[in-house]
Write a protein that binds this ligand. Structure first.
Ligand SMILES: Cc1cc2nc3c(=O)[nH]c(=O)nc-3n(C[C@H](O)[C@H](O)[C@H](O)COP(=O)(O)OP(=O)(O)OC[C@H]3O[C@@H](n4cnc5c(N)ncnc54)[C@H](O)[C@@H]3O)c2cc1C
Length: 394
């Protein structure tokens, strides 16, 4: 029986573990946390004060026969096939999958740590989202500076989702006339994928959100409340909503060259194999696969690795399918793959209902119980087919 070690019980790690047949694989999932969180809901905690319970014990999300160990991994030696935990435990394996997601890095930009500690954010954890909600709830007007502090970020739609949620909230509270929303981004347009701007830019304009492009955060002067960019622009703020730069894993990996300077693991974009190792894979946000860092990507990559481990040929197509809540009860999806560009897919009410339903079926998804629905849906929303319709229409 093959010994499979999965480091990280997030979306990618759990889906992979639950897809491996227990008769052939001895599977252990290791996570530093006892709980798994439904991260997309951080948005509604921070901007609507939602108190929905969005966490479950990792052990309860694994099929019977899969081992769960709570331990923080500090080192992985790919040459010796050894993994070291912070409790001085050593683990060995035949196959290893690293699925440790990203880590926020508020210390790489002067002033950002202070903002992070005081205002929170809506990407890091529930506590930070609640902290941000307290500030939004008590906001009485002024300038809100909202954006990402680094080019790498999980869930690209979530940045504008934050701006749209905030705008809707301010309108409901009659604070719109007293507020300016300044949305800053390091990219040339409001949305990083060019085609999606056909959909989002008219909405941004209509809602009076000012977009500051080519804005790479350089420093934050918290005393005078000014954010400055490398390009020489600045924003004076009353309320800062800043998503910190995303970095890969802090785990020491031997050999070190398998990590890039931002600590992401260099991974083959079709097989998720770590460069130079046939028995080691990295899935989800922690890898360098050139697609958006989303739960859907982690899910599809996990399915590919599950097939490869079982000796079934498979390749990741680069498919993304990020739900994008455009507020006022509507949503769209950002859909593309390696071969086809992002579809300028218009927002509708039904897509919003689908995004909201995901919070319910998410837990089933982790166990593979919703696979037939997803297979049908992914086929129905094939980016080639959708582009034939929408790319010309838009
Ligand atoms: C606001 C927001 C909205 C989002 N919306 C969507 C959406 O609508 N749709 C979508 O598909 N995606 C969305 N995402 C992105 C999605 O949540 C992530 O892409 C997804 O969770 C990545 O899965 P993962 O398994 O790679 O990492 P994670 O789910 O982050 O899991 C990583 C796990 O590794 C563990 N770990 C880390 N380091 C160690 C260590 N040293 N030792 C042991 N364990 C460790 C962590 O505790 C964690 O449990 C959103 C994210 C945010 C923040």
């Amino acid at each position: 029986m093959e010994k499979v070690l999965i480091i990280g019980g997030g979306g990618g790690g759990l889906i992979l573990a639950n897809h491996l047949p227990r008769k052939d694989f001895d599977v252990t999932v290791i996570d530093k946390d006892e709980y798994h969180y439904y991260q997309p809901w951080f948005l509604y905690v921070a901007f609507q004060g939602s108190r929905r319970k969005i966490w479950k014990p990792i052990a309860s999300l694994l099929k019977p026969g899969i081992r769960f160990v709570k331990d923080e991994i500090s080192e992985i030696n790919l040459d010796e096939r050894k993994v070291y935990g912070t409790r001085k435990t050593t683990y060995d394996y035949d196959k290893i999958i690293i699925a440790t997601g990203t880590s926020p890095d508020p210390d790489s930009i002067p002033g950002l740590r202070e903002i992070y500690n005081e205002y929170g954010d809506y990407h890091s954890n529930v506590q930070n989202s609640l902290k941000l909600w307290e500030h939004i709830k008590n906001f009485k007007g002024g300038t809100v500076a909202l954006g990402q502090a680094g080019p790498v970020c999980k869930c690209p739609p979530s940045l504008l989702e934050g701006a749209f949620q905030l705008e809707e909230y301010l309108k409901k509270k009659n604070l719109k006339d007293k507020t300016k929303i300044k949305f800053f981004t390091p990219f040339p347009r409001a949305y990083p994928a060019e085609q999606m701007n056909k959909v989002v830019e008219p909405m941004v304009e209509e809602r009076g959100i000012e977009v500051m492009t080519f804005f790479d955060v350089d420093t934050i002067d918290t005393k005078n409340k000014v954010i400055s960019s490398i390009e020489g622009d600045s924003i004076n703020y009353d309320l800062p909503i800043i998503v910190p730069p995303c970095k890969g894993t802090k785990i020491r990996i031997v050999p070190e060259k398998v990590k890039n300077p931002d600590r992401f693991i260099i991974t083959d974009k079709k097989t998720m194999r770590i460069e130079g190792y046939d028995n080691a894979f990295a899935i989800g946000d922690v890898n360098t696969v050139p697609t958006s860092k989303t739960g859907v990507t982690a899910h599809l990559e996990a399915q590919v690795v599950s097939n490869l481990l079982q000796g079934v040929y498979d390749e990741f197509t680069g498919r993304i399918n990020c739900p994008f809540d455009t507020a006022y009860g509507k949503a769209t999806f950002v859909i593309a793959d390696y071969e086809n560009p992002v579809v300028p897919y218009p927002p509708t009410r039904i897509k919003h209902i689908m995004k909201m339903s995901m919070a319910r079926i998410y837990w089933m998804t982790l166990k593979g119980q919703a696979d037939p629905i997803f297979d049908y849906y992914f086929d129905f929303t094939n980016p080639k087919k959708l582009n034939e319709k929408y790319a010309t229409e838009a």
